[in-house]
Design a protein around this ligand. Structure first.
Ligand SMILES: [Zn+2]
Length: 171
């Protein structure tokens, strides 16, 4: 509250900080929730390969580890930004939008943590030799689906059925 008058009369000082804050969050919104910071090169099979051979498993392990690293960095960065910029805004409108940004940010972080947990579970499946097969019916989930969603535990048919059931329960 003490800094309010100062900042009101000094938008030149506040502007670059505000720009940084807004730019930071819009950048993050684009990156959420499951995209990698940079695109991961897709797996290139060498001719006819066995499904989930060591090279394929190594590919998905690397992809999952990179996702996890990106997410952990995002969380660290968010924590620092929220600490650094928590008291900057003097204008009530700015404060309101900052508050809604922060609550969105907290929800994102919660989702990020859940996703990291899911990634850890998926890496454990690789270690256990269970990766790439549907939890429900046991068939191969398929490289294409795993490439788009490396944490998938259901084949596309079981996933679709699952979603249909969920929608019926929700009605
Ligand atoms: Zn299935």
């Amino acid at each position: 509250m003490k800094t309010q008058g100062f900042l009101h009369g000094n938008c030149l000082l506040a502007a670059p900080i505000e720009f940084g804050y807004k730019a930071f969050f819009s950048e993050r919104r684009k990156a959420m929730p499951t995209e990698l910071h940079k695109p991961f090169p897709p797996y290139k099979p060498k001719g006819k390969e066995d499904y989930m051979n060591p090279r394929q498993l190594a590919h998905f392990r690397k992809m999952l580890e990179e996702m996890k690293r990106d997410l952990s960095q995002d969380i660290d960065r968010t924590v620092h930004t929220m600490q650094d910029e928590a008291t900057i805004f003097a204008d009530p409108n700015d404060r309101a939008s900052q508050e809604s940004d922060m609550s969105l940010e907290l929800r994102n972080r919660d989702r990020e943590r859940k996703l990291i947990k899911k990634i850890d579970e998926t890496i454990a499946r690789i270690d256990a030799g269970e990766y790439g097969y549907c939890d429900s019916c046991g068939i191969e989930i398929g490289l294409k689906r795993l490439e788009a969603r490396p944490t998938a535990t259901l084949c596309i048919d079981c996933k679709t059925l699952d979603e249909l059931r969920e929608r019926q329960v929700a009605k």
